[in-house]
Design a protein around this ligand. Sequence first.
Ligand SMILES: Cc1cc2nc3c(=O)[nH]c(=O)nc-3n(C[C@H](O)[C@H](O)[C@H](O)COP(=O)(O)O)c2cc1C
Length: 175
Amino acid sequence: MNFTEIANARQSCRKYNPQREVEEEKLFAVLEAARLAPSACNSQPYHFTVCKGETAKAVAKHLTGMGLNTFAKDVPVMIVISERAYSPSAAVASKRKGNDYRSMDIGIAAAYLTAEAEAQGLATCILGWFDDGAVREVCHLDQAVRLIITLGYAADDDVHRTKKRKPMEELVTFL
Ligand SMILES: Cc1cc2nc3c(=O)[nH]c(=O)nc-3n(C[C@H](O)[C@H](O)[C@H](O)COP(=O)(O)O)c2cc1C
């Protein structure tokens, strides 16, 4: 698949096959893609905690506030992305320019990870709705959790949706 094909095929999966585990080599491929992501000053201010089995189930319990993310109980792997310190140069750049590079870096890493997962035939959903304190406790983390990525195989009856996006003329200005 070329990148445009991956971008069209990837979608947020909210219906997983609970019986199907993720192969180790595929898990490592998606983590390697995230490792290759660019970041401001190459600071890589993030950490990936891979939760499987009972730990994934424990994490899933803290994603479902207000009835959201209930599908998480069937997900075999959760990748919890927590923040790490900026490198000294990224810290200076962020302060001087008043720009939150860390969140951007985490978003880019998540994009790489989910794109590679699609290429590997896996399904993902990026989650921003979770109980930070509770997930930190499950994962033994001192730093803020910023995103959680669900990883597994889509259920057989999970259908591909047509992408809904803003039209190009609203999204882009050519000057
Ligand atoms: C930062 C971020 C947080 C998100 N949080 C959630 C979430 O908590 N639960 C969920 O079901 N989807 C979540 N999503 C998925 C978006 O709803 C989804 O990407 C968007 O609707 C576009 O659909 P698509 O990913 O299927 O193309 C999140 C996506 C991003 C990028």
